[in-house]
Design a protein around this ligand. Structure first.
Ligand SMILES: [Zn+2]
Length: 265
């Protein structure tokens, strides 16, 4: 990255998607199992680092329901490009404490993953189920991992439930993807105001909603995320350019906050 250019960290990248929906994606060349396609996507949007995790749902038709193979593929990208990729494991905690702990131990201990992605609605639990989530959060605390919750859309994924869990684990950094979605925006704002360990990415959020968040929470808890391959990095970046951020605020949202939240050295 040239010195005069803003360093960009894309904090919301899926490693491709499944064939049933891949024909609709905005970054169609980005494919699961093709590490170079991830680096091309970073380069094309001027990003130095990418926070990378698997597709959210089990593959269609359903295979790899534990996401172990998908996480292994993310590890391959991270191992090949350690200076560009922050690896995040997709975890379904419903396989029980022992399996969950072993899976996270492998990702964090062996491969150096820095975070865990959770989608309660797809895996059929609620984001406030402390009994279900305790093994995940305890391991996150042990390995200093960041938790990325999909937030919004479903009653199982709302920011108020995620804030409840955040209060049980105050030492774990928690990011609410999509700022709670449009319907969960106000919950996400309150969750950030009331809990110092909660942050948001703005992937897919509307400019008006991003501006409301910035006015009420500030720019220290917000990161840029593109949600590739589904969404367009050009469009997601433009949203942050049209809401009147100062250059210093832009620098925080595009990079500085992410370096801190995702422990990028
Ligand atoms: Zn996403």
């Amino acid at each position: 990255m040239e010195d005069n250019k803003l360093t960009i960290v894309d904090t919301h990248m899926h490693y491709g998607t499944d064939p049933a929906v891949s024909k609709y994606t905005c970054v169609p060349y980005m494919h699961f199992g093709d590490p170079e396609s991830v680096i091309r996507c970073l380069d094309e949007q001027g990003a130095m680092y990418g926070v990378l995790f698997p597709h959210d749902r089990p593959m269609n038709p359903p295979v790899d329901t534990t996401y172990e193979k998908a996480n292994e593929k993310v590890a391959e990208v991270k191992i090949k490009y350690p200076n560009r990729i922050v690896a995040v494991a997709r975890i379904n905690p419903l396989f029980g404490r022992r399996a969950t702990e072993c899976h996270i131990e492998r990702c964090a201990g062996e491969w150096g993953f820095k975070g865990i992605k959770l989608v309660a609605s797809y895996d059929q639990y609620h984001a406030c189920d402390i009994d279900v989530l305790a093994p995940v959060f305890e391991k996150a605390e042990e390995h200093d991992l960041t938790i990325l919750f999909h937030s919004g859309d479903s009653h199982k994924d709302m920011p108020s439930l995620q804030a409840f869990t955040a209060r049980h684990f105050p030492n774990v950094r928690i990011v609410l993807a999509h700022m709670g979605g449009h319907t969960g925006l106000r919950e996400a704002i309150i969750a950030c105001q009331e809990n110092p360990n909660i942050y948001c990415d703005m992937a897919q959020a509307w400019p008006y909603d991003i501006k409301a968040f910035v006015r009420q929470v500030g720019t220290d808890r917000l990161t840029y995320g593109s949600d590739v391959p589904y969404q367009s990095p050009a469009v997601e970046q433009l949203k942050l350019k049209v809401i009147g951020l100062t250059p210093a605020e832009e620098e925080k949202v595009f990079a500085k906050n992410a370096l801190r939240i995702w422990k990028i050295d």
